[in-house]
Ligand binder design. Structure first.
Ligand SMILES: Nc1nc2c(ncn2[C@@H]2O[C@H](COP(=O)(O)OP(=O)(O)OP(=O)(O)O)[C@@H](O)[C@H]2O)c(=O)[nH]1
Length: 332
């Protein structure tokens, strides 16, 4: 299940459960003839039902649907205003499910802001209106509920971020993995098509990697791969992304980079790698295959294949070499 779909279902369930709870409150108050509380609950139920409808209408944008903040701010304000203006401290328990709903539906920071505002307003009102022993239990309940819900959502966000990092990162080198390469390259191609900005790519590999692996073993090559990754992260600029393919083989996506630019950065990488002293292997050289998107390139595989062919040519031409492929018959 995608994150968007998961959130749609969670938001929908949250709003519908809240509506059910409030409708029960409304009917109870109607039975006892407490009409002002009945109208309050009916208004709240309309708002939460509106939230459910809004969730369905904007189900494709649930990761950043700004309407939830407005709906929940209105619900929170209405409940707090009712507690204060109707001067009925005993309906403070209406606030408790609302504190949880804020966290279920809103991003963590917005959830904390709304819930803290509601908890603070409620606590101040209870302390002013009731004797301390009667005011403290509901105020404590609100504070504890807000803290537990905030901690739980923070933990969930943290776990989701770690899972995403694991899915797109090569654990050995810390660079992105090959699976994520196609996805990002395709997005960058679409962006380049839409904006007309140039897009370049480099595929690079350690020269004589197989011989180096025989000599230094798999662990030695992993150490070298990690050091090379750190070095490349230090050379490229923000916005460029680095992918680890096979042992000693990397791919770079360079948005907003024309042919002249990719030649500059490729030469800088080649030269700094050759000058550096590497763990395990000492001196190494690399070969680089470069290319820039042409108007005919609409799929990621086209750029990947051309960069790989350019890398093959660079290797054939004697290693420690850069080869630029234009995607046409023109040679560099
Ligand atoms: N994507 C990318 N392109 C680079 C990088 N370094 C250089 N280039 C390209 O090479 C061109 C010339 O770069 P430099 O020789 O460093 O000159 P510069 O005047 O510092 O370039 P700017 O970064 O544009 O200010 C840049 O305009 C880029 O197109 C890099 O780290 N990443």
């Amino acid at each position: 299940m995608t994150e968007t779909r998961l959130r749609t279902w969670t938001h929908l369930a949250g709003y519908l459960l809240a509506t059910l709870f409030i409708v029960m409150l409304a009917s109870q108050n109607l039975r006892y003839g407490l009409y002002e509380l009945f109208y309050l609950a009916a208004g709240l139920a309309l708002l939460t039902l509106g939230g459910a409808v809004y969730t369905l209408v904007s189900r494709r944008q649930q990761l950043r649907a700004p309407g939830h903040l407005m709906i929940l701010a209105a619900v929170n304000a209405l409940v707090l205003a009712a507690v204060v203006t109707l001067d009925r401290p005993y309906i403070s328990h209406w606030c408790l499910p609302l504190l949880v709903l804020n966290f279920i539906i809103l991003p963590l920071r917005q959830g904390i802001t709304l819930s803290l505002a509601l908890t603070t307003g409620l606590t101040l009102f209870l302390l002013v209106r009731l004797p301390l022993v009667e005011a403290l239990p509901p105020a404590f309940a609100a504070v504890i509920l807000t803290s537990v819900a905030a901690l739980y959502i923070w933990h969930y966000d943290h776990m989701a971020q770690s899972a995403e990092d694991l899915a797109i990162t090569d654990p050995l080198t810390g660079a992105h993995n090959a699976r994520f390469l196609d996805e990002t390259l395709q997005k960058e191609i679409s962006r380049s098509e839409a904006t007309g900005h140039p897009l370049s790519a480099i595929m690079l590999a350690v020269d004589y990697a197989d011989e180096a692996e025989d000599l230094h073993g798999v662990t030695g090559m992993q150490t070298l791969g990690r050091a090379l990754t750190q070095h490349l992260f230090g050379v490229i600029r923000a916005g460029d992304t680095l992918y680890s393919l096979r042992t000693g083989e990397f791919f770079l996506i360079l948005p907003f980079t024309p042919e002249d630019g990719v030649r500059v950065i490729a030469e800088r990488i080649r030269r700094t790698v050759a000058e550096h002293s590497w763990p395990v292997a000492g001196k190494i050289t690399i070969s680089l295959g470069c290319t820039t998107r042409t108007r005919q390139d609409t799929r990621s595989t086209q750029l990947r294949e051309r960069a790989a062919q350019a890398l093959g040519t660079a290797r054939k031409r004697g290693h420690d070499t850069i080869w630029y492929s234009t995607g046409e018959s023109r040679q560099p």
